[in-house]
Design a protein around this ligand. Sequence first.
Ligand SMILES: [Zn+2]
Length: 432
Amino acid sequence: MDNKQIQNFLREIDQSRDDLIDLTQALIKIPTLNPPGEHYRDICEFLNRRLRNSGFETEFIRASGAPGDSDKYPRWNILARHSGGNSGDCVHFNSHTDVVEVGNGWTVDPFGGELIDGRIFGRGSCDMKGGLAASIIAAEAFIKTWPRYTGAIEISGTADEESGGFGGVAYMAEQGYFSPDKVQHVIIPEPLNKDRVCLGHRGVWWAQLETHGRIAHGSMPFLGDCAVRHMGAVVTEMEKSLFPALQLKRTDMPVVPEGAKQSTLNINSIHGGQDQLSVGYTGLPAPVVPDSCKMIIDRRFLMEEDLSDVKAEVRNLLETVKSHRSDFSYSLTDMFEVQPIMTSKEAPVAMAVSQAIEQILGKPADYVVSPGTYDQKHIDRIGRMKNCIAYGPGILDLAHQPDEYVSVDDMIDSAKIMGLALTQLLGVAKTD
Ligand SMILES: [Zn+2]
């Protein structure tokens, strides 16, 4: 590989600018909202046309039977593969195609893909259709510059990342698409900023905690037992002992932002008593003492913590409340758990991307760990593929926000970086 070819490759990316803008806008205009999971087939068809034109072979994969999959909302995924003609490693770019709800506060059309001052606006622009578009441009320019490369490039567009990834990457990993004999390097172009290599994420434990009471007439609460008051005692104990304890647990993982370098717990919701309003009833409630109160907790834990200790901490807290509160009874139910993961900085894919960042941006890459999880968990746990990172052009803080955007310059830079990483990871045949 000589310098002239590298220059040709970088020029090719620069010349793809208009194409990159069109591609990103077209992706944003397909409103792949999740939930419920709309237009998944449409975006797969679009990617199919694009990538077949560029010489990829494609496969549509429906996650039949996955949570959320139905005839009305089928969970469609697409996998595209291009081979350089000589057997070797496969580099896989995985992007989720779904976007979260729009929410309030937009000043532009969320599905318009408007280009304003070098930024493309729209739901999913940053998270993560801009990253998907950049990876396609990178792969196409790489193939054009080095048609006889060694190995293969895969690009997948997958469903449901925003709702856990079970109809997308998890399903594909279960079917063997991410096994180490098929794929050797994975880059997930999530929006982590163009100068950062994201090595992994903290762990997650979601649980439902319920306090029990006894129903009675609301005019004689002393004849019942109020489950909401019991839950109040739980919150008080959390404020007193649990939150201060979590603040003291710090990690050596390079988690961003700074506030997420400690253990955290979010009280996601509390529901106590009758829930008549949610079913459209507009009258007054009936006077009763609530016999149930439910809290959902979202605990994010660190590499240094053990999940069984994390659970014991909450159970001990509940036992403490029970020891000084008569008639206190509770149940604690696991909902979801993910172990923390962190790819080594020395992993080939991490090294290739960080070197490319330095080449293109002229400064060393930052290594980060994401506060929340993303599809890397399935590639790691189900696929058993450890050589995986997230790297993409969007600005992390803009994800899921109103007026979300992605900068065209950032997409160009990250496409160059992804392409240079390909030259490191795949054998590039000399043309002279
Ligand atoms: Zn995302």
